[in-house]
Design a binder for this molecule. Structure first.
Ligand code: S3P
Length: 170
């Protein structure tokens, strides 16, 4: 079983992945953390100042390739992964399934209001156009879409587990 969570910045991928890991007793891979390790960077700004967005995307591809055959894990992706078919195909390998956490822009903007950690979140206007550009791609590349409304993190995780069960052949 390999569950891959996609979604816009601040959509809750990390928290839901942690809950899934606990419920399923599976290790959780946090892609942004691996990107930091691989580039020896302390944060995303350092990566962008060293090699721009390209360095991030190349590193994501390398990590996905390295984990193509890994199984039995939960993967929390960075926000750009869910719109990149090449990276997702590597990550999925043989039996991975992609779950897109679909959150409204309103919710995201409230969560991101004071965020300084994300180079691709500059201001609400720029975030809105990135969200509008990405949304159809997230939807297209996901195996399942999870509507994130007022559920708790645990409820979202349970919904994913139920959907995973229906996606897997007996
Ligand atoms: C990005 C999302 C970030 C991080 C980087 C770029 C994006 O991850 O990978 O800042 O392109 O949306 P989170 O989705 O965990 O914030």
């Amino acid at each position: 079983m390999k569950l891959i969570l996609t979604g816009f910045m601040a959509s809750g991928k990390t928290s839901v992945a942690q809950a899934l890991g606990k419920l399923l007793k599976l290790p959780v891979m946090e892609m942004d953390e691996l990107v930091f390790q691989k580039t020896n960077a302390k944060d995303m700004h350092q990566i962008f100042s060293r090699g721009g967005e390209l360095l991030l995307r190349e590193t994501e591809i390398a990590i996905a390739k390295e984990n193509a055959t890994a199984n039995n894990m939960v993967i929390s992706t960075g926000g750009g992964v869910g719109i990149n078919k090449i990276v997702l195909d590597y990550l999925k390998g043989q039996n991975g399934r992609v779950f897109f956490l679909h959150t409204s822009f309103q919710v995201l903007i409230e969560r991101l209001a004071d965020d300084k950690s994300r180079p691709l979140f500059q201001n609400p206007l720029q975030a809105r156009s990135l969200y509008d550009f990405r949304l159809p791609l997230y939807l297209k590349l996901a195996d399942e879409v999870i509507e994130v409304l007022n559920q708790s993190i645990e409820e979202i995780a349970q919904e994913i587990i139920d959907k995973m069960a229906s996606l897997m052949p007996n």
